[in-house]
Design a binder for this molecule. Sequence first.
Ligand code: UDP
Ligand code: MG
Length: 314
Amino acid sequence: MISIIIPVYNEEEVLPALYERLTRVMKGTGEEYELVFVDDGSTDRTYQILKNLHEKDPRCKVIHFSRNFGHQIAITAGMDYARGDAVIIIDADLQDPPELIPQMLEKWRAGTQIVHARRVKRKGEGLFKRATAALFYRILKALTDVEIPVDVGDFRLMDRKVVDSLKGMRERNRFVRGLVSWTGFRQDEVTYVRDPRYAGTTKYPLGKMIRFALNGITSFSDKPLKVASLLGSLLSLAGFLYLLYVLYLRLFTDQVVQGWASIVVLILVFNGFTLLSLGILGEYVGRIYDEVKQRPLYIVEETLGVEQKEIRHG
Ligand code: UDP
Ligand code: MG
């Protein structure tokens, strides 16, 4: 059986079209399948529509969160509940074409355990989004040793083995695509052109995007923490050389170094740098704090078509 996981947050406009297209593609594959919708605390008619879909077609399963927990957590819940031998994650807004699924299944049958879908082109997304996304993937690649493929989102197929190992990773500030690669199973990719959103607006405003990027970097690299010690030593070396120069002028010449401007500049630069390092430290400490609290990743209010599981800790 194949499980399709679809995180949905206020997607009432796209659900009917999504259901149509997914059903057409999945029927075409001849496989048995289930559609696991994770309703991430939607406030519009999303849950009502999902209920109707479930009543019409029992292959539609629904997990309804008590509030918005975020995209990455929704995907995680989907994996906790999915029962397929292969699991496919797909966005609800039809930016990831369901028609790519047969190709992914083919690679999976040939023995690949993780099939990523890499976007060679993104349509209908602003320059800002495209540029920041491209930059983010490259920074992440430079900072981490885990082989996280570039320009790959969460649209992917995973074998049951991969999903089972992911289920053991309960970290709170999750960056799922990194965790997937971290497992080290055989990866391959298919490529596609990313369509514009079918309807509605993005559910990833700038704030969520920044948080997401920081989660990716902090979960898979500790290099930012070392920036402070590196720059610190460079700056103190520069300071020491400058001190020698000032002493030399004072002792062996009759020149005096002019003070005010240089002091102000130094204070600003050094304090800025100190605060920045503290901020970086704060990002990591905050995440440690989140982990230590050991709260569950999400709270399920209701499920349709699957039995609700007990809340899992840690
Ligand atoms: N999503 C979610 N919870 C959130 C934000 C988004 O489940 O808090 C879902 C959303 O419904 C969609 C997917 O995650 O299915 C990707 O979101 P979106 O298309 O808005 O992101 P973008 O493509 O603009 O980056
Ligand atoms: Mg989208």
